[in-house]
Design a protein around this ligand. Sequence first.
Ligand code: XMP
Length: 514
Amino acid sequence: MNQEKVIVIDFGGQYNQLVARRVRECNVYCEIYSYKTDLNKIKEMNPKGIILTGGPNSCYEPDSPTCGKELFELGVPVLGLCYGAQLMMHVLGGKVEKAPVREYGKTLVNVDKKSKLFSDVKEETICWMSHFDYIKEVADGFDIVATTKDCPVAAAENVNKNLYAIQFHPEVLHTEEGTKMLFNFVRNICGCEGSWKMDSFVENQIKAIREKVGDGKVLLALSGGVDSSVAAVLLSKAIGNQLTCVFVDHGLLRKNEGDEVEEVFGPNGPYELNFIRVNAKDRYYAKLKGVEEPERKRKIIGEEFIRVFEEEAKKIGAVDFLVQGTIYPDVVESGLGGESAVIKSHHNVGGLPDYVDFKEIIEPLRDLFKDEVRKAGLEMGIPENLVFRQPFPGPGLGIRIIGEVTEEKVKIVQDADAIYREEIAKAGLDKTIGQYFAALTNMRSVGVMGDERTYDYAVALRAVNTIDFMTAECAEIPFEVLQKVMSRIINEVRGVNRVFYDLTSKPPGTIEME
Ligand code: XMP
């Protein structure tokens, strides 16, 4: 491909794909490569710019991911972010050390507006910091162009050599003007024209799927959530009747959800799909009995999915491919997105058993973020109410019940969640909050109801606003709505005597509890 391209070099941070995605948003083609990639290969790609990502290591430790000085001598603009910024300084002779004050979260940064990086950025701007180490001294030839109260080098540049280092994370939306900074780098410093448009993703995928599948048979794991629904419609457009969608009702769905999914994708719905519903509640509960550890629960649920699919595949006969609606945040948080650490094993990604009896697994949405999946869904004419459904994780309520999963707990969380959703919709908030749900804490506490002592569970309500599900902020719900939900849950759901509202953002929390 002859088009202009920026290369992101991955040093193991959680936000690497976000960097690539922000570059895509500047209409510039972008690819991610491991830091181990040979420099000659990078040269051959003739990039217009290179971005070094963050990462969890300390660049001065002997075994940490690194790069040679030559990377900075290609004559190509390089931008280092967080770990990438420290590494750039370290390799070029600056000093990086453990910071006396660790910075984490939103931080006020003072920028030098004369720097091209900060063109059109406010002099004082909020940025997302997350670092233990800091740049104590810049390398020769660098000027400091941003500082914070605790960080003497929040950004530095060597204009003559076109090298730029930023200690914070412009790719994360918490950095209020981060998109502008990346735009400044990609378009103004690297000089990219921004002529690349994301080719119709749908069209390309349909072609690729047809080529891969030939006249083979395909099974799709349909959960009724946005991702697998978009994958189902995409596959059905590509290969029609060769596709069978299997919907596993694992007994960990939201209240009435099994029937709702069947209404849309079953024989009476608008899509002409081969649809099979498998009621597997009992076998799931049996496998989960006594299991408390979140990762084990995820693995068990993931493995059981595959076993059910294998059984269904045998019934159909000669099924070669399994399709899953895995999206990018699932991949990166499962630790499979390159160099990053495992946060949790998103089901059917890190949750896959070692042995899978299919020739191949197809994950057509693997490179997309949720909002991009939605765009693809709308492009295919999937109705808005389906495309904008609340995301629901593959392991379902299994990861919204802390500790052991039992039928009794599932019922409690289903009922509490249904009340919560109903009240949120009544208050007209269902379209404005990114994701909201009830979860069951494993905590029981003493209460009093009608002069009687109770010793019951606490339900946690969660509501977050997020664009890409990689970061999220707790949503502000009017107090009267929360009170109404609390009072209805305690009155209507047996076994609950306390309701909490979870204020945690992501990071440091995750959206789901487990
Ligand atoms: P976390 O909890 O990782 O959630 O902050 C981010 C988004 O991903 C959803 N999620 C999952 N989706 N399989 C899925 O299909 C999973 O195992 C899984 N775990 C979390 C979660 O609901 C949120 O939207």
